[in-house]
Design a protein around this ligand. Sequence first.
Ligand code: FAD
Length: 318
Amino acid sequence: MATIGVLIETEDGNVKDTNFGVLTAARGQGDGTIVALMMDGSAEEAKGSLEKYGATKVVQVSVDGADLDASPDLKARALAAAIENFNLDVLLGLASAQGRDLFARLAASMDLPLASDCVALDLAAKTVKKSHFSGKTFATVKMSGSVMLCAVRPNAVEAQEAPAEAAVESFAAAVQDPGLVRVVDVKKETIDNVDLTEAAVIVTGGRPIASADNYKILDECARLLGGATGASRAAVDAGFAPHPMQVGQTGKTVSPRLYIGCGLSGSVQHFAGMKTSKVIVAINTDKDAPIFEKCDYGIIGDLFEVVPVLTEVLKEKL
Ligand SMILES: Cc1cc2nc3c(=O)[nH]c(=O)nc-3n(C[C@H](O)[C@H](O)[C@H](O)COP(=O)(O)OP(=O)(O)OC[C@H]3O[C@@H](n4cnc5c(N)ncnc54)[C@H](O)[C@@H]3O)c2cc1C
């Protein structure tokens, strides 16, 4: 039976909600020990939320006197030391920008197999299902090696609570910084939006949105649902939205619980980025639009009429 580690990501010191789906994926797949590894934030503060989703140990990983955020290689080395110290058979984490970077360094430094963008896992069989070719296909991949490294697509596994008792520990890794790369500055996206790749709800506007200002109609609806606003490439190319909002083959890959597409034709390139959404709702004036073949619920109507009504209803109900 495997001992499973989960690398926890935080934002502004708080545990991101998307970690809970990864903890859920880890549960029931090993010997019952789930080690949550934290390299930022506070293990003491995170304990309550992590044990609610099944973590049995929460470990603060550090390197004496070092700023791990400034050296991605040092961070990977510290994580490698933690894997060895806690005898992990598997390490799971988020396939976020940070997770993809760190897991790739870890796999290279430890010469271990890595599967990124996983949407389903069978750790006993050492297989994972992962997205391939911009989401056009899914591959089931068999992994070998002493430790499996898997980065899981945010929201791909639905978070389910399973309360456990977690002990908190500290682990100071005795590792050296190879000094190859140093982060000197970090610039965050300036758009006032929840991170698209981790949002549980996304309201996306296509070409007919017609102006940057009109996105406010979608923003209001998305905010009420605690979600983010996205855009199609046609809308981005027309200058109505910045590229960080683009969903699709050449934009972001997302997997929210609810995806509301407003004025999207349903192109394969757009679907490449959002087809693993749990529920897809389409609003389109054309009853023959291809998107109606691919959605769970379709509304034939003008987004400028439908979305404001939806927003008013949400205001009443929420
Ligand atoms: C290599 C490559 C990569 C690409 N990558 C991406 C990508 O990452 N993301 C992406 O989105 N696209 C991508 N594209 C572009 C893609 O092929 C489509 O052109 C694009 O997705 C179309 O955007 P759209 O659905 O917003 O616009 P349109 O195709 O113009 O569709 C608009 C839809 O809105 C409906 N409509 C019109 N008015 C209203 C209204 N008032 N209310 C409701 N519905 C209305 C219309 O009936 C129509 O179905 C890529 C293309 C290529 C070749």
